[in-house]
Ligand binder design. Structure first.
Ligand SMILES: Cc1cc2nc3c(=O)[nH]c(=O)nc-3n(C[C@H](O)[C@H](O)[C@H](O)COP(=O)(O)OP(=O)(O)OC[C@H]3O[C@@H](n4cnc5c(N)ncnc54)[C@H](O)[C@@H]3O)c2cc1C
Length: 599
């Protein structure tokens, strides 16, 4: 299934920081094909009809029920999207896979179980498996006959996954890898049939193995008692002299980190999409409740402070949706354009690595947007939001894990900057020349030549200036700390926050521009306002983050000069965002849901 191609000039991960994009180059939800929308509808209907009615039993861990539900999803083809057609899957394009993930979010425990099976439990075999391994496992994983999981974390090795203590030693007859050790927090572990397990060969060479349920010496521990996603299975695994056939080594000895981290790149992107879907559902529930509940003789939704919450939720969801679909479009365009590579699998992996920055952004912004929305929704429900008889309490508990797994948000924030710096140092991304050019521009003083014009001139200017602010802050930090920048975690986090807001601002704006050009100003006025409000607030956040970073890097007159330049870059006209949020709330309330679906 092909998607709208994007300009090849944009096809570098992280390039959004230094190159200006055009609205027509951005994939947006309005570009979804009928087929892609149909995939979303099928997924949504499945969750509504087949999963939601089971929630009380799933939350109680009714024996075999989650596995059975996953298999039912498999019957409908909802498990094989990531598996190429020759191995029994549907080989969905990246945009369709994103829609699918988003629309499965109706029950978080199901979405997480789906992601552990069809995402991180499948990707290692699809991209790193031998032909025999693919033929043996993938067709059954696609239908759900075999359920899978991804086993990286250990009691002492979570974020620091390479500190793994699980060992693999070749048996004396050379036929088996003998595994010893323990894994922790394994989603789907309680019922899976196929376990993708990371262990160090001879205690040193980090590697990956396919382990089957029933392997002697391999046992599954009791379900963990969790704060949220209680319907999902999360267990420890134990390996005591467990023999794993030699041919079940996945990829190469000592190259397990390549399998682990590339898989997480894919998983992180999807996690953002699941969170996006969750946030839309929460907004819908909050909007509905705010119309039903009355206080002081009015409906809750008639109060300005409730409208402000609904409006802000819609703005943030709009931002994360714009980013995620823009990235999905870029990834798909790159995958669909193999260049001179004949190995499609290898090429797809290269693409996922190329967009690792955008994947981390999807994970961090998606999870934090969902957390913001569930928190505000609880507030709108008041005391009833705190009661387990209402679904918002569960959504609140379920949301929290997203900032922790698939690389905590702290780790992903650091990764975003580390990956950018690596790309800059190796010349893949010309960040250094861009920073030098900016230095010259700063020395030359203010210029009045190239001010953007048109209906989005103010926002266009803010986006361009935000990119300059990133270069100013990052350039100054790199000059001072060079290779040691990674140790200055607070500065790195500020830079990372700027990167994410820059991507969000531009994605919001280009989508609104594209929609406005296609459907006219009147039909897209609310979306344009969402973009304006997001950009207006983001530029202030960016200024604040840059001020924090610069103050930690420079001092005295140098700092004063840099802060003056920063103020100049961050200058923008005032915007009254209060009526904008009210109008956005009105749009949410009149449609009873997030108002920019597929627009
Ligand atoms: C419900 C659930 C399901 C899970 N599913 C799976 C699964 O299917 N497969 C799997 O392999 N794992 C799974 N995990 C494990 C999950 O990926 C880890 O919990 C996560 O990576 C964090 O590791 P940790 O818990 O050891 O925390 P730690 O690594 O100990 O981190 C604790 C805190 O310290 C911070 N921190 C750590 N290192 C640094 C650093 N260098 N700089 C700054 N801050 C740092 C972290 O950001 C975090 O805030 C799951 C976990 C849960 C709770």
């Amino acid at each position: 299934m092909a998607t709208t191609p994007v300009s090849p000039s944009l096809n570098r991960g992280g390039a959004f920081l230094i190159s200006a994009s055009a609205a027509e180059d951005i994939f947006t939800p309005a570009d979804l094909s009928d087929d892609q929308q149909l995939i979303g509808q099928t997924a949504e209907e499945f969750v509504t009809k087949e999963v939601v009615p089971l929630i009380p039993e799933l939350e109680q861990h009714k024996e075999g029920l989650m596995a059975q539900t996953l298999r039912k999803a498999g019957d409908l083809g909802l498990l094989g999207g990531g598996i190429p057609e020759p191995y029994g899957g549907s080989g969905l394009d990246k945009v369709s896979a994103t829609v699918l993930a988003e629309k499965l979010a109706g029950y978080a425990s199901f979405a997480v179980s789906h992601g552990a099976h069809a995402g991180i439990g499948t990707v290692p075999i699809v991209y790193f498996g031998t032909e025999e391994q693919k033929k043996k496992y993938l067709p059954k994983i696609a239908t759900g006959e075999l359920l899978s999981c991804y086993c990286l974390s250990e009691p002492q090795a979570g974020s620091d996954a390479l500190a793994s203590r699980t060992r693999a030693v070749l048996s004396s007859d050379g036929k088996n890898w003998i595994l010893n050790g323990q894994k922790m927090w394994i989603t789907n572990g309680g019922f899976a049939d196929v376990y993708v397990v990371f262990a160090k060969v001879d205690g040193e060479k980090f590697s990956c193995f396919i382990v089957e349920r029933g392997t002697p010496g391999f046992s599954v521990g009791a379900e963990e008692k969790k704060m949220g996603i209680r319907g999902s299975s999360t267990v420890p695994l134990f390996f005591e002299n467990a023999p794993v056939p030699k041919e079940n080594l996945l990829h190469e000895i000592g190259r397990g980190h390549i399998v682990a981290f590339n898989t997480l790149n894919v998983g992180r992107f999807s996690l953002g999409a699941y969170c996006l879907g969750g946030a839309k559902n929460v907004l819908e529930a909050a909007s509905k409740y705010s119309k039903e509940r009355t206080a002081f003789g009015k409906r809750l939704c008639d109060f300005g402070l409730i409208q402000a919450k609904l409006g802000e939720m819609a703005i943030r969801i709009y931002a994360v949706e714009s980013m995620i679909y823009r990235s999905a479009g870029m990834i798909e365009a790159a995958v669909a354009n193999p260049g001179d590579t004949s190995d499609k699998t290898k090429q797809a992996m290269q693409v996922f690595e190329e967009y690792a920055i955008e994947s981390s952004i999807s994970k961090v912004v998606g999870s934090e947007t969902l957390d913001f929305c569930v928190d505000e929704a609880v507030q709108i429900f008041g005391g009833y939001g705190f009661h387990e008889d209402y679904p918002i309490a569960r959504a609140y508990r379920d949301s929290r894990i997203n900032r922790i797994f698939e690389g905590t948000n702290e780790i992903n924030r650091m990764l975003i900057v580390q990956m950018l710096m690596k790309r800059a140092m190796t010349g893949v991304l010309p960040l250094i020349p861009a920073a030098m050019k900016l230095g010259e521009e700063v020395l030359a003083g203010p210029s009045f030549d190239e001010s953007p014009t048109g209906p989005f001139a103010e926002e266009d200017r803010s986006v361009a200036q935000a990119k300059k602010i990133f270069l100013l802050a990052a350039g100054t930090a790199v000059q001072k700390f060079r290779e040691q920048l990674a140790e200055q975690q607070e500065i790195v986090a500020s830079l990372s926050n700027i990167v994410m807001d820059v991507y969000a601002m531009e994605s919001c704006l280009r989508r609104a521009e594209k929609a406005s050009a296609a459907r006219g100003e009147a039909a897209t006025a609310t979306m344009v306002e969402a973009a304006r409000a997001f950009i207006y607030d983001a530029i202030d956040r960016i200024e604040k983050e840059a001020r924090t970073a610069l103050a930690a890097v420079a001092e005295g007159d140098t700092l004063m000069t840099q802060l003056t330049v920063l103020r100049r870059f961050a200058k923008h006209s005032p915007l009254d965002t209060i009526p904008i949020r009210r109008r956005l709330a009105a749009a949410v309330l009149s449609q009873g849901r997030y108002p920019f679906e597929a627009r």
